[in-house]
Design a binder for this molecule. Structure first.
Ligand code: PEP
Ligand code: MG
Length: 747
């Protein structure tokens, strides 16, 4: 970079700073800035376009184009060169604009006489705010120095826009973070909530994008980078024994924190007049823009690390830690990019709902949200850049939609929906203690799925007859070290206490695949869902399984105990697991601990292979439970974690139902008790179909028990079975349409 370049840019930023210091309306400021840039950059036109709404850009100030066009000329995102810059987030610099792809001339601006065009996105941390444009009559390309200076100016304009500097009366744009915005994400957990935003990591506000003392700013940056390095080293020391992946992230942090290129680029930005904070943000914005377009997942991960590191650096520089002094609202809805299960549990039942930019349906955070019975919307892109602490917010977990700062009409419609839901809840409460007996006389046992102590209170409220699936891995997942046998025994004992004599089916540790323990050595597997998981880990490394079985026997303290092994794919695996149970019982007997009054041992049927196991297997197990989530993914070869394919195959597809019917039949022949504990059991229409094909026990989320029971007690399962058979005979792919039609006739 030449000195002249530094001097010119610094002078430009210095003048910009003077403009900002004066009292003025938003519009006057914008006008002054365009004049200033045109003059300093020696170009005939300088214009600023800002977003009027998320799809429309508006010419907000210009020097050189016709004044009448200001606030009149608008273009859609992607329209013309300005729209292209906004959409792609990339600059356009051309000597012959009309020849450029996508050029569109706006007659009211009088721009036809200008040949060269350079446009720069005004964006802050990947958030699109507008476009800065310079134009001139002579056909010339703007030089590298000019481009750099304009990029820096665009960055400062972004900070100012964010700070609301251009907000004013009349035609000026309205303030940011004030308008209603809707986010279309995906359902992580159903339910609805209305409340106020509580940011897990409040945004850092940079109030001083331009600085007049580069020496001082460089010093501040270096000091902050030094303390960042120290904190990263400390974090690395603190995780000495942790898993490779965790270390890898921190090693990447260290690499960036020590990267000379990173520091040098920020120092160059400071040299032209940016503050240390703005220099960090400039680099961060570039990383975010690359992150959006990077197709390589490794590179994306690293850019993510750099983004996190920049956030840390900004917090050091601004002194804005997580503790901002803001008070948590009474009805907090947590908004975060992502959150770990332990952190989410810390907030616990205080939260009304959770909205994440990332996350997945099977993520640990989603599991915890489910336990806490709070709605969760995932993939709400950019919500952390838009939301401010305290903003009113509505979470519609059923539709996967979030309304930030909603308009009154939305609030009213939403409240109506909640009122209807409450009415339904009252109906469900009224049948809570009624058994699920159908008009044709079938009695279906409805139990709940659980995994945390936090789930147990739902046992009473939901009317569940017991816990049909207790996922023991959740206790392992939410900690950062392996729980001890004593801790587990105490916990399982409390679970049995809370169940008050109702049956609890404890499923042994189901880790691997999507459930990875941070403190266990990770295995690098090409396809974890088909890999070393659940009972496979339990049998190959029996230490943990033995410890868990002992803890369960001790927890029972002589009460009945039910244990279930996950992911059994063949008879021998079950036999080996059963042998472990026998050994554990022997050991406890020898140690003089009381043994459970009764012991039932069963298996989850989650792989198609087990449905075809020898008849002896069905006789051997005390019970079977169909893990429909896994079984369905393996039956259709469709990854349950992959948003692209996971909804592709209907549970009511005739192939799947026929397969399930075969399992029901084999269990009937051998007298094996059978239940179904996948998510589908909690969906009323699916649940009645499962019951119609012969399942007598369904285990589901507590909140689903009311709706499922309410439909079951009105459904003649014998008739429904006929409907299903007929649809199959007629060659339909799914029986759903026929079932829905039939349900309509049932009133
Ligand atoms: C299942 O696979 O259906 C199941 C209940 O287990 P999980 O969802 O924990 O894998
Ligand atoms: Mg499973």
């Amino acid at each position: 970079m030449t000195d002249r370049h530094q001097t010119d840019s610094r002078q430009l930023l210095g003048r910009l700073r003077e403009v900002m210091a004066e009292e003025a309306t938003g519009q006057t400021r914008l006008d002054q800035i365009t004049q200033l840039i045109a003059c300093e950059m020696n170009t005939e036109v300088c214009s600023i376009y800002l977003f009027r709404d998320s799809e429309t850009l508006e010419l907000c100030a210009t020097e050189g184009l016709k004044a009448e066009a200001v606030h009149q000329t608008r273009m859609r995102l992607g329209e013309g060169l300005v729209g292209r810059v906004a959409r792609t987030g990339k600059a356009v610099n051309t000597a012959d604009a009309p020849k450029e792809h996508g050029f569109r001339y706006m007659p009211e601006t009088g721009e036809e006489i200008y040949s060269s065009f350079a446009g720069f996105p005004i964006q802050r941390l990947g958030e699109k705010l507008g476009v800065l444009v310079v134009q001139s009559k002579t056909a010339r390309q703007y030089s590298e120095e000019e481009v750099y200076a304009l990029e820096v100016v665009a960055m400062v304009l972004a900070e100012m826009t964010e700070l609301g500097v251009f907000v004013g009366e009349g035609a000026a744009l309205s303030a940011r973070h004030k308008n209603p915005v809707a986010f279309r994400g995906a359902t992580g957990q159903e339910g609805t909530a209305e409340g106020h935003v509580w940011l897990h990591e409040p945004r850092v506000v940079v109030t001083n994008p331009i600085a007049d003392d580069p020496v001082r700013e460089t010093e501040r940056l270096r000091e902050a980078v030094d303390s960042l390095r120290v904190s990263v080293d400390q974090m690395l020391e603190g995780v000495a024994g942790a898993d490779a992946e965790h270390r890898e992230v921190l090693e990447a942090y260290r690499m960036f924190a020590n990267s000379r290129g990173w520091l040098k680029r920020m120092e160059e930005d400071i040299a032209v007049g940016l503050s240390a904070e703005a220099a960090v943000e400039k680099e961060q914005s570039i990383a975010r823009a690359r992150m959006e377009t990077a197709s390589d997942s490794y590179l994306r991960e690293r850019l993510h690390d750099l983004d996190d590191l920049s956030n840390r650096l900004l917090r050091i520089l601004t002194g804005q830690g997580k503790e901002t002094g803001a008070e948590m609202p009474v009805d907090p809805i947590l908004v975060a990019r992502n959150i770990g299960p332990a952190e989410l549990l810390d907030y616990g039942r205080l939260l009304r709902g959770v909205v994440l930019e990332e996350g997945s349906v099977g993520s640990h955070a989603a599991i915890v949200a489910r336990s806490l019975a709070i709605p969760l919307v995932i993939h709400a892109e950019r919500i952390t850049t838009e939301a401010l602490n305290g903003d009113p917010i509505i979470v519609d977990g059923d539709a996967g939609v979030v309304h930030l700062r909603p308009e009154d009409t939305i609030v009213t419609a939403f409240r109506d929906k909640i009122a209807m839901r409450e009415e339904a809840q009252e109906r469900y409460a009224s049948i809570r203690d009624t058994p699920a007996v159908t008009p044709c006389g079938r009695r279906i046992a409805l139990t709940m799925n659980a995994g945390l102590m936090a789930d147990l209170p739902s046992l009473e409220g939901s009317g569940a007859e017991g816990v049909g699936l207790f996922r023991t891995e959740l206790q392992f997942l939410i900690r950062n070290k392996m729980p001890t046998r004593t801790e587990l025994a105490a916990l399982y004992s409390r679970v049995l206490d809370s169940a008050g004599g109702r049956r609890v089916v404890f499923r042994t540790l189901d880790i691997g695949s999507d459930k990875v323990l941070s403190y266990m050595k990770p295995t690098d597997e090409p396809n974890p869902a088909l890999g070393w998981r659940a009972i496979r880990v339990g049998l190959d490394k029996p230490g943990v399984m033995r410890m868990q079985l002992q803890a369960l026997i001790r927890a029972a303290k002589g009460r009945p105990l039910t244990v279930m092994f996950p992911f059994v794919a063949q008879y021998d695996e079950y036999r080996a697991a059963l042998a472990e149970v026998d050994k554990a019982m022997d050991r406890e007997r020898i140690l003089g601990h009381p043994l459970p009054e009764t012991l039932e041992v069963g298996a989850m049927l989650e792989t198609p292979s087990l449905a075809f196991a020898p008849t002896q297997f069905f006789r051997d197990v005390d019970f079977l439970s169909i893990g429909g989530n896994d079984l369905k993914q393996f039956f259709f070869a469709a990854d349950r974690e992959n948003e692209r394919v996971r909804r592709r195959y209907d549970t009511l597809n005739v192939s799947f139902l026929t397969f399930l019917e075969n399992i029901v039949e084999r269990c009937r022949e051998t007298g094996t008790p059978l239940s179904f504990c996948g998510e589908d059991a909690g969906r009323p229409v699916e649940a009645i179909c499962l019951a119609a094909i012969g399942l007598d026990a369904l285990s589901m989320r507590p909140a689903s028990i009311g709706p499922v029971k309410s439909l079951l007690i009105r459904t003649n399962l014998a008739e429904l079975r006929e409907v299903i058979h007929k649809a199959r005979e007629e060659g339909h792919q799914s029986v759903r349409p026929a079932v829905m039609e039939w349900l309509k006739t049932q009133g």
